[in-house]
Design a protein around this ligand. Structure first.
Ligand SMILES: O=C(O)C(=O)C[C@]1(C(=O)O)C=C[C@@H](O)C=C1
Length: 379
């Protein structure tokens, strides 16, 4: 590079640094304003996540950006990232407590990750939370005494047994809830062990979400809804969206959404391991989509094998869903063995027609994800 070029670049980069510093000051200002919004929302019990405000704000900024010859997608990406920060920061102010005369909450399995997250959210909302874990059963009577709600969040394999053995003498005013990722059997167990209000919940996210804004919690009603309605409102204030479901239908969907998906990720990892694939090498040659795929599979193995065994082994019926997948794999492999290119294309087109408008929608959504994967690359 010539000296002239170096000088010119230096000068321009100084300007860029100064603009970036101004951006930083503006970010600080925005964060402070959002903290004030958090305070107002906390006092009024208004949910963090305000989808209508977001939609109208984004539409206006996109329009203004276009007029200024700035890409509308750029401002939308930046604002969405900033709003993610808002959800995290608004949490620091705490949340309005919907039910002020509940008594304390007992979380059975409160030392687990999901139990810990619910304990944190409830504490941030002013509830007194006590945890009951496997070594605490001797003090159980004292821990349960005066509880207004008991939430069960222990491994799926022991959930029903624990409810049937240990939760048979809660007072009828106490709410009994669970956070298990299957719903029919735990709900039956709760309804038969407890006379009072019962509700089944399935948080559709992992414990590392940071904020519940935009996350989904599935609700399967048990009995006494009017007595736990406040809990649903409270979860809404945390920013989550509640989706009501029939327990049986929910469990059927989980055979595909959880058991089959995690099982196929497990086999994908198992296959890489048995093939002794060199991950460094694969990453070097990877496109963003492959990196994303490897991330989805690899993240499984950073977590507890018990957790995934629990999810995959939770329902006997998942075996059928996974077996069907294996059959389809074998049939598709036959096309390959026969060299039946036309057959492959026919099947592909049939699946594409079945996906319908979802296919282009997923293509759009994944494009944004792939771009972020690329942004994360260094060097
Ligand atoms: O305006 C609000 O209600 C806010 O909480 C602020 C804010 C933002 O960062 O602009 C954050 C979250 C909401 O979903 C919408 C907007």
């Amino acid at each position: 590079m010539s000296e002239k070029t170096t000088k010119e670049l230096e000068k321009l980069r100084e300007h860029i640094d100064s603009v970036d510093q101004q951006l930083l000051h503006l970010l600080r200002k925005r964060l402070d304003l959002v903290a004030q919004v958090g305070g107002v929302k906390h006092a009024a019990g208004v949910p963090i996540y305000a989808p209508q405000r977001e939609a109208s704000m984004l539409a206006k900024r996109r329009e203004e950006a276009a007029k200024m010859n700035v890409s509308p997608q750029l401002i939308e990406d930046i604002l969405r990232r900033l709003m993610r920060e808002s959800y995290l920061n608004e949490k620091d102010v705490g949340f309005k407590q919907v039910k002020t005369d509940l008594g304390h909450v007992v979380i059975v399995g409160g030392q687990g990750k999901l139990g810990g997250l619910f304990a944190q959210m409830l504490s941030l909302s002013g509830y007194q939370v006590k945890s009951l874990d496997k070594d605490d059963w001797q003090q159980a009577e004292a821990i349960f005494d005066g509880a207004g709600m008991v939430i069960v969040t222990v491994p799926i394999s022991i959930t029903c047994e624990l409810i049937r053995d240990k939760l048979t003498s809660l007072p009828s005013s106490c709410i009994l809830a669970d956070l298990t990722s299957i719903k029919e059997k735990p709900l039956d167990a709760m309804l038969s062990s407890h006379r009072g209000p019962v509700v089944g919940l399935h948080p559709m996210f992992g414990p590392d979400v940071g904020s519940l804004a935009k996350q989904v919690v599935v609700v399967c009603h048990g009995r006494g809804r009017e007595q736990y309605e406040w809990l649903l409102e409270q979860i809404g204030i945390w920013g989550a969206r509640l989706v009501e479901a029939d327990a049986q239908q929910h469990d059927k969907a989980m055979q595909l959404v959880q058991a089959m998906r995690h099982f196929s990720s497990f086999v994908y990892g198992l296959n890489l391991y048995r093939e002794a694939a060199d991950i460094d090498n694969l990453l070097q040659f990877s496109s963003p989509i492959y990196r994303l795929e490897l991330a989805m599979v690899g993240r499984l193995f950073a977590q507890s094998p018990e957790l995934y065994a629990d999810i995959i082994f939770a329902q006997q019926e998942s075996l059928t869903a996974i077996g069907d997948y294996l059959d389809n794999y074998a049939q598709a492999l036959e096309l390959l063995k026969r060299g039946d290119r036309q057959g492959f294309i026919r099947e592909f087109e049939a699946v594409a027609a079945w996906f319908g408008d979802f296919a282009p929608q997923f293509q759009r959504e994944s494009r944004a994800m792939l771009q972020s994967v690329n942004d994360m690359k260094t060097g």
